[in-house]
Ligand binder design. Structure first.
Ligand code: ADP
Ligand code: MG
Length: 898
């Protein structure tokens, strides 16, 4: 992403160039631009927002606008580009998405009334992290503005969601920052000026990169921050929030608030508290795991329909959709809290009619959270208020539906319910049912709410009637039946009398205009009326706007109450959505407990099951019991379904601990504290060893961080390097997990190295499983069934033969395989694989290694042992040698009878 141009880049050049086009308007432009140097200035000129100089150049690129020049032909033409004002919102959205800030400068007086240059002022500063307009926000995503300040090993971090008012601080270790930010995906980040050039260290995980706003180092001051925050929360100090030990993070929080105030966002009534974000209270999913499991749509993530969130989201409100995603990326670990959500889902699942009624009412609640946030920021439009009112009414019905439910989660929501009926009623009294989009456009304030407004409106609405009545009166007074009252743009209102009746015109008529067949007059009364009508229209608009703004300000004091309704609605919406999806897809309530079992019967992958034709997905069991095998090795050829099985079990744990039901016939889940998933890198020549290195770094992290309550998924770890290396590493990793003194984490290890199945012989808590493959009418059939036992060793070749490779090739492959496995070297010290290719083929090549006499083999082994230079043997290779010998011995024993 293009970084924001620095102040010197834009303002400096502008200042110089502006000398050439020194008009009063360009001077006005310059002074406004200087106050907002690091944003693109949209300068209202008539029906367009114009941009000049470098702003125009940038905008023409980002928005694909034609770049023109102002004052063509003069010595210093000014680059210019413009967008129609009514379409500005879309263009602003695109500039924000490209990481720019935008300043909107409007004409703040009526151009018809202006003497000389029209007055202009900045009406809005929009930045990627502070937008509130619905057009610019994705409804299912929370949007946070973040500030970061590294201090030693820790990094101060504060994040604020302008729409929900959620405000938190944390001080993660440097190496955890990427995880925190990745989850947050802030579109805009505030950083201290002195970090310029080194921001990559902190932000590298973010894709797309956020817009960066540099804040002078002096402003990250702790005392100032404490004062700012206490003033915001109207408290003495921050002791009550339990955050005072996080001084680095509090500086960030202070800077965030400062920044918002600087942008003119002084109305932050809904930001009423700050909290410490504690990761320990949640099932931790690191960044790699969240990506691997495709839980929510990440900024640069895969197709949204393949994510867990999109697949199960049955929320009816935008707040619900957002909360559902928060629950999925931060599942609970507190068993009673998890069960409380399950109990609510169960009750709603069983009480279908109540659920239907509840969801119908929820469907009529609009984005109360964001409309409420626009309200407190004084950005709410008249239609926002009408929407808030409708939402509050629907929310009231939600609360009524809750009265017959008993699950504590639902009953608690109802007991603490503040439906804000007073606010809904106030809106109903003040605001018309179908107001214009902008207060100035009229028809916003309801009749009867303000006497002056009613009177003025009466004048404009009843003008016609008055004219007719006046005409009647004048006809009667003068006795001229053809007398007419009319209006024309130039002369205004007039009384027209045809020439024959000229003499009957009363003395108080004064002549205005003479036509060929008639004379036009005006009276004092008519003149007064005219003034009143023309004035009234303008005044109605002005008064309505003033009344609306004042009303909105009063209402905004209740921002926190509205946010609370929105939050309550969201919670109810999510459990109802969980119940709905459970009903729709036959999910069951999982038993979540303190132990460390993981027992799932007939589990299904929640996303894949939906993408496949009905009934095509094969359910599978998993039985990881604490006292038995903690590590399951799952073998099987490519495409057998190993990865799917691994992910499916992790997704079930996430669903269960998020409070949802799960796709299985039964599930018993000992609460999981962290889930790790590592997928072995593919042989990627273009990226060389680096992918393998990354794979190993990730694996190292698991070995360090996994606890006995963790769930570890290792999918083809070790694949990214040559066979022996990969095999050895995979082996060592499993052993290490197995031997941990505090207990092995529950581990599912999928691999196509069938050699690893030997691990089960020596390690008591490792158990072998494999995914079945069968031949059927000459085709390979993947049964997708995970069953106990080690896989058939020659799986790959078996599959190849099923696929119709020529018999000779298959036989030769078996021979090479055997020899490879035996690790045999020929007389020349070369691997025996080469032998068949050079020497004439023997009668029974496949059997060859097996018919060698045991004694001879013994000596071959001895020979190999002697030849080994232990001092220079890397440990992994030693391991591989050992494995090969052991296998050979085992086979000799079996083959001994032949
Ligand atoms: P592996 O990891 O063993 O190579 P995958 O897990 O990637 O195999 O699965 C390969 C394909 O098989 C998947 O894309 C999916 O379409 C299908 N598949 C996997 N598991 C199942 C299942 N349980 N039921 C039906 N189809 C499945
Ligand atoms: Mg796989």
């Amino acid at each position: 992403m293009t970084p924001l141009p620095g102040p010197d880049e834009i303002a400096g050049k502008d200042a110089r160039r502006a000398g050439g086009v020194d008009t009063p308007m360009m001077r006005q432009y310059q002074s406004i631009k200087q106050a907002h140097p690091d944003a693109i200035l949209l300068f209202r000129m008539g029906d367009f927002y114009e941009m000049f100089h470098d702003d125009a150049v940038v905008a023409s690129k980002v928005l694909g606008l034609a770049l023109t020049t102002r004052d063509k032909g003069k010595t210093n033409p000014v680059a210019m580009a413009g967008v129609p004002w009514h379409a500005a919102e879309g263009y602003i959205a695109r500039l924000l998405r490209a990481g720019y800030k935008v300043t909107v400068c409007d004409q703040v007086e009526d151009s018809r009334k202006a003497k000389g240059l029209v007055k202009r002022a900045v009406t809005e500063v929009v930045t990627p992290g502070t937008v509130l307009s619905d057009h610019l926000l994705r409804p299912e995503r929370d949007m946070y503005l973040a500030a970061l300040h590294p201090e030693g090993e820790r990094v101060g971090l504060a994040a604020l969601s302008l729409s929900s008012g959620d405000f938190w601080v944390a001080e993660p270790q440097r190496d955890r920052v990427a995880d925190e930010l990745d989850l947050l995906a802030p579109p805009e980040v505030l950083l201290p000026e002195s970090l310029r050039g080194r921001e990559g260290d902190l932000l590298s995980a973010l894709d797309p990169a956020p817009a960066i706003t540099w804040v002078a180092d002096g402003r990250w001051d702790e005392r100032r921050a404490l004062e700012t925050l206490a003033a915001q929360f109207k408290t003495h100090g921050l002791d009550g929030f339990g955050v005072t030990h996080l001084s680095a993070a509090l500086r960030c929080a202070g800077v965030l608030l400062d920044y918002l105030v600087g942008l003119g966002r002084t109305h932050l009534e809904h930001v009423t508290a700050i909290r410490e974000r504690r990761r320990v209270a949640h099932l931790v999913l690191d960044e790699i795991t969240r990506r691997n499991l495709e839980i929510v749509e990440l900024s640069a993530g895969a197709a949204p329909e393949t994510t867990l969130a999109a697949s199960i989201d049955r929320a009816r409100t935008p707040m619900g959709s957002r909360l559902l995603r928060r629950w999925l990326v931060e599942p609970l670990v507190d068993v009673p809290a998890i069960r409380a959500r399950h109990a609510a889902v169960r009750e709603l699942l069983e009480r279908r009619p109540v659920r239907a009624r509840l969801r119908e009412a929820l469907g009529r609640v609009r984005d109360l959270e964001r409309a409420g946030a626009r309200l407190v920021c004084e950005k709410a439009s008249p239609r926002d208020l009408v929407e808030i009112r409708a939402s509050l009414r629907a929310a009231q019905e939600v609360a009524e539906a809750l009265t017959t439910l008993h699950a504590p989660f639902l009953a608690g929501a109802r007991d603490g319910w503040d439906g804000c009926e007073d606010l809904a009623a106030a809106i109903g009294e003040a605001i018309a049912d179908a107001p214009a989009a902008a207060a100035r456009d009229g028809g916003v304030i309801r009749d009867g709410w303000n006497d002056e407004l009613d009177e003025l409106r009466g004048v404009t609405r009843h003008g016609k009637e008055w004219v007719l009545a006046f005409q009647e009166r004048e006809r009667a007074r003068t006795g001229i039946a053809s007398l007419k009252v009319g209006f024309n743009r130039v002369f205004g209102y007039y009384i027209e009398v045809t020439r024959p009746h000229k003499d009957r015109v009363p003395a108080d008529y004064s002549r205005k205009q003479t036509l060929s067949g008639a004379e036009r007059f005006v009276t004092e009364e008519l003149r007064a009326f005219e003034e009143k009508v023309l004035d009234a229209e303008d005044r109605v608009a002005e008064l309505e706007e003033a009344l609306f703004v004042a009303f909105r300000r009063d209402l905004a004091r209740n921002g926190a109450r509205l946010a609370a309704v929105a939050a309550a609605v969201a919670g109810v919406d999510v459990v109802a959505a969980f119940a709905e999806i459970a009903a729709e897809r036959g999910y069951v309530e999982p038993a979540v407990e303190e132990g460390s079992a993981l027992a799932i019967t007939e589990g299904r992958h929640p996303v894949l099951e939906q993408l496949l034709p009905r009934g095509a997905f094969i359910a599978n069991d998993l039985h990881l019991e604490p006292e038995e095998a903690r590590i399951h090795l799952i073998t099987g050829p490519n495409m057998a379904g190993k990865s799917t099985f691994l992910r499916q079990n992790a997704l079930l744990v996430i669903l269960a601990q998020a409070g949802a039901f799960v796709p299985a016939t039964s599930a018993r889940i000992g609460v999981v504290d962290r889930i790790f998933t590592r997928i072995g890198a593919r042989d990627d020549l273009a990226r060389g060893q680096s992918t393998f290195l990354v794979e190993m770094i990730e694996t190292a992290r698991i070995l360090h961080q996994a606890t006995p309550r963790s769930l570890v998924l290792l999918d083809e770890v070790g694949r990214g390097t040559s066979t022996f290396d990969g095999l050895s590493i995979a082996w060592a990793v499993v052993e290490h997990l197995h031997e941990r003194p505090e207990g092995a984490p529950r581990t599912l290890f999928a691999t196509h190295y069938h050699e690893l199945t030997d691990l089960a012989l020596t390690l008591s808590r490792v158990k072998n499983y494999h995914v079945e493959v069968k031949e059927w009418e000459g085709c390979v059939v993947f049964l997708r069934r995970v069953v106990e036992g080690a896989t058939d060793r020659s799986y790959g070749i078996h599959v190849a033969s099923l696929a119709g490779l020529p018999r000779a090739v298959i036989e030769r492959a078996r021979e090479v395989l055997e020899n490879l496995e035996a690790g045999e070297l020929g007389a020349e010290g070369l691997p025996v694989i080469a032998r068949g290719a050079r020497a004439p083929r023997r009668a029974e090549p496949i059997q060859l290694p097996l018919v060698v006499a045991p004694t001879e083999r013994e000596s071959a082994l001895e020979r190999e042992l002697r030849a080994l230079d232990i001092d220079r043997l890397p440990p992994v290779e030693a391991l591989a040698w050992l494995a090969a010998w052991k296998r050979r011995l085992a086979r000799d024993k079996r083959g001994g009878g032949r």
